[in-house]
Write a protein that binds this ligand. Structure first.
Ligand SMILES: Nc1nc2c(ncn2[C@@H]2O[C@H](COP(=O)(O)OP(=O)(O)OP(=O)(O)O)[C@@H](O)[C@H]2O)c(=O)[nH]1
Length: 394
C-alpha cells in the first residue's frame, strides 16, 4: 500500500486512564514513543513481532526506519514544520494488522515522516521506533525529548517513553568487549548507555554463569538500567511499554538503598564515598550516592551538572587543568531528597537535562539518593568532585 486511500480510517483515541501505570496508556493526548535498539541479530524483530501479534489493547504504530544516519535526522528535525520541506513527501507504507496495530515502514526520511504519521493521530496510540543495529539511539532520543524545534512541529504530540535495547546473550559480552570506534565509544556500548530497559535475549543458548557475567557487565556500564532475561523476547509488555522512563522515578527504584561500595577492579581508589566508577573501551559510568541535600548543595549540584554537560569540564578545573580525558555525558539519571522535603528526579540525554521535583509519584523522601552518569572521561576525579558536593554534611 502506498497511498492515503489505503490507510485505515481514523479512530478517536480512547484514552481514559487517569493514572497511567504499568502497561497503561497515559491519559493526556500525547502519544508515547519507545525506541527499540539492539545489537545486530539480537532479537529486535522477534520483540516487535511479539508486541504486534499480542492482544494488549494498544494500537501501535511501528516505524521501521533506516535511522542509521542520525546527523541526517537532526538536520531534518529543524525543518519539520516547514511546508516547503522537500522530505514531507516521504515514501512510506502503512499496513493494518489483525490486532489493530499499524506497521509503517518509513524508508527515507526521519522526523518529517513521523510528523506525517502524526497527522493520522487517533489511528494509533503508541509509537515504536526500531533503529538499526548500528544506530546510537541517544541523538534520536534527544530529538523526541525536550527538543524545542521538534516540539513546535509535529513532535509536540509525542512523548518519549523509554529506550529498550535487545542484547544477544550469546555474543553480547564479546561484542561489548571488542566494540570500538575511530573516536571514542562504539555503537553497541552507546546503545547500552542509552537504554532504560535491556532485554538480555537468547538466554536459552548460554549457561547461567555466562548470563551472570554478561548481566554484571551491563549493569556496570549502565548502573541505572533494568535488565530482563528473555527467550525469544518473551516479556510482559508492561516492562517495555509505558514505563515512563523520562517522566517518573521508575528505573531509579534502588534509590532508597545506599550504592554499594563495590571494590572491583574498576572502582579503585575510594576514600570514604559509596560511589563507583567503571570504564571499558572508552565508555565510563559513575554511580554516586547522595545525602538529603541542603539548598546550597542543590545549587552547587546544578552548577556541577551544567558545567559537566555544557562545558565538558568540572567546575573546579579549567579545561586545560583537568588532567582527565575530555568529558562527555551520554545519559544521566538520578533521584535525591532535599531538606525542604521534596524529592527531585534528574534526567539527561547528552547535553539536555531536567531536574524536577517529583509530583504524584509516592516514593517517599529518599534518605540515600543516587546519581548516575554514563559517558566518556568520567573517571575517579569526576566521581570525587561530585561526591564532594553531594556527600558532605553541611
Ligand atoms: N535460540 C534463540 N533464538 C532466537 C531468540 N530470539 C531470536 N532468535 C533468533 O535469532 C535470529 C535473529 O533474530 P531477529 O529478531 O531477526 O534479530 P534482529 O535483532 O531483528 O536482527 P537484525 O535486524 O538483523 O539486527 C532469528 O533467527 C530468531 O529466530 C532466542 O531467545 N533464542
Amino acid at each position: 500500500m502506498s497511498d492515503d486511500e489505503d490507510i485505515p480510517t481514523l479512530i478517536e483515541p480512547e484514552l481514559e486512564n487517569e493514572n497511567a501505570g504499568d502497561g497503561e496508556i497515559p491519559v493526556n493526548h500525547q502519544v508515547p514513543l519507545t525506541i527499540i535498539s539492539g545489537f545486530l541479530g539480537a532479537g529486535k524483530s522477534t520483540l516487535l513481532k511479539r508486541i504486534l501479534t499480542e492482544h494488549h489493547g494498544y494500537r501501535i504504530a511501528v516505524i521501521m526506519n533506516e535511522f542509521g544516519d542520525t546527523a541526517d535526522i537532526e538536520s531534518r528535525a529543524i525543518n519539520v514544520s516547514s511546508e516547503s520541506d522537500p522530505f514531507a513527501e516521504s515514501s512510506e507504507e502503512v499496513l493494518e494488522l489483525a490486532n489493530g496495530c499499524l506497521c509503517c515502514s518509513i524508508k527515507d526520511s526521519g522526523v518529517a515522516a513521523i510528523e506525517k504519521l502524526m497527522q493520522r493521530k487517533g489511528a494509533f496510540d503508541y509509537i515504536l521506533l526500531e533503529t538499526t543495529g548500528l544506530a546510537d539511539p541517544g541523538p534520536i532520543a534527544s530529538i523526541f525529548w525536550r527538543n524545542e524545534e521538534f516540539n513546535r512541529g509535529g513532535g509536540k504530540d509525542i512523548v518519549l517513553d523509554g529506550i529498550v535495547c535487545v542484547v544477544d546473550a550469546v555474543f553480547g559480552k564479546q561484542q561489548m568487549e571488542t566494540d570500538h570506534a575511530e573516536e571514542g565509544i562504539g555503537e553497541s556500548l552507546r546503545q547500552i548507555a542509552a537504554a532504560d530497559v535491556i532485554l538480555l535475549n537468547k538466554t536459552d543458548l548460554v549457561s547461567a554463569a555466562d548470563l551472570e557475567t554478561t548481566e554484571d557487565l551491563l549493569s556496570k556500564i549502565n548502573p541505572a538500567v533494568t535488565v530482563h532475561r528473555t527467550v525469544r523476547a518473551d516479556i510482559d509488555i508492561k516492562h517495555v511499554l509505558s514505563i515512563r522512563a523520562y517522566t517518573s522515578s521508575r528505573g531509579l527504584s534502588h534509590a532508597g538503598t545506599p550504592v554499594p561500595d563495590d571494590h572491583d577492579h574498576a572502582s579503585h581508589d575510594h576514600e570514604k564515598g559509596h560511589g563507583t566508577h567503571y570504564e571499558m573501551r572508552g565508555i565510563s559510568s559513575l554511580r554516586v550516592s547522595c545525602r538529603v541535600l541542603s539548598p546550597e548543595q542543590q545549587e552547587r549540584l546544578e552548577v556541577w551538572i551544567r558545567t559537566v554537560l555544557w562545558e565538558s569540564q568540572l567546575p573546579e578545573y579549567s579545561a586545560d587543568t583537568h588532567d582527565g580525558k575530555p568529558l562527555e555525558v551520554l545519559r544521566c539519571k538520578g533521584i535525591f531528597g532535599t531538606e525542604s522535603g521534596q524529592t527531585f528526579v534528574l534526567q539527561g540525554v547528552r547535553n539536555l537535562y531536567e531536574l524536577e521535583p517529583l509530583v504524584g509519584d509516592d516514593v517517599g523522601l529518599p534518605e540515600h539518593g543516587k546519581l548516575v552518569f554514563i559517558g566518556k572521561g568520567l573517571d575517579d576525579t569526576v566521581r570525587k568532585s561530585l561526591e564532594k558536593i553531594v556527600q558532605c554534611n553541611e
